[in-house]
Write a protein that binds this ligand. Sequence first.
Ligand code: PMP
Ligand code: GLN
Length: 386
Amino acid sequence: MKSANTVLSSYGTTIFEVMSRLAQEHEAINLGQGFPDGNGPPDVVAAATDYLENGVNQYPSMMGIPPLREAVANINKRFYDLDIDWPTEVMVTSGGTEALASSLFALIEPGDEVVLIEPLYDSYLPIVQRAGGIAKFVRLEPPGWELPEDALAAAFSDKTKLILLNTPMNPCSKVFSESELSVIAGLMEKYDAYAICDEVYEHLLFDGLKHVPLMTLPGMRDRCVRIGSAGKTFSLTGWKVGYITACPDLLGPIAKAHQFLTFTTPPNLQAAVAFGLSKDNNYFNKLSGDLEKCRDLLAEGLKDIGFEVMHCQGSYFITTDFRPLGFNGNDEDFCRHITTEARVAAVPVGAFYQGGGVEHFARFCFCKEEDTLVEAIDRLRNHFGG
Ligand code: PMP
Ligand code: GLN
């Protein structure tokens, strides 16, 4: 038999699926894959039900339904003072994942270099490679996750087509500072590069931090593809409704990729997300405020047990160093061990790096009901003592 595509075949099953299935098998509390255990805002869900029952069920426009595209433009204005022309600068996608894939397929020519910052969300590298891009890695390391500016500069060259930037960042929960963003912007201008900005956690920042899209920095408006996700903004990760904001010269080619990948996204869900994005600021403040409490609850519990807990500035995740617990094994061993023995699942942070070197860190997801987190902490405490 002739072989399938070698790039994709060379990858195993994603760590999120692997850990979630293991968690299910062992009836573990799943703090591995990042998804809330609630059912999202009831009014947004009710809106979807209503649109579903009242016949918004056929193919919508490939660019997305106008009310949602307009709502995305309004969000850009409300939170970031960006003036966006929704008919030419906003497109709806089937989740952030499709937005990333469509953007990468549209912009990369075989042989183009793409700057990727590790730890790396799992879908980036396979798609960059499948599109023929050559990855240039820059590594952030625990516990501080500082951006090594010399290494970043060295990763850029005249062949750089784009950088992929994720802030707030999964799994390390780093929020890039304005000065770090300025360094990135300077390199993009110097090498005439674009940025695909994965900002799916844009509304999930803590301790009063404000999200700053790279797109808002001087000279960046027409170099950035900004990606958001209703999954994170409305705690409804299974909906897979994403959106791209980009200037027409970038969005045009991306729409060409989108039309051959998914073409459209369920219109009833799009309509409900349009309703959701029109909610007032109280909704967005409560979303991050409630999550911040969950972060603190889990961080304190894990510290008490003996984990070293890295600071989390945004997103759904806490990274921990489990060496103080005296566990003998690497991060994958540890995550399997706690899933099967303590019945709490986590994700090994090494899965977000190429080429090893980060082997003693586990990521725990805290976007869960208080009771779920308390029970997970109890189970871990019973297992490890502390
Ligand atoms: N980017 C990052 C960094 C993520 O953590 C996720 C999480 N799922 C996605 C993209 C994908 O978002 P979606 O579920 O909307 O496809
Ligand atoms: N973004 C989620 C995480 O990091 C998972 C998404 C997925 O399973 N692909 O856990």
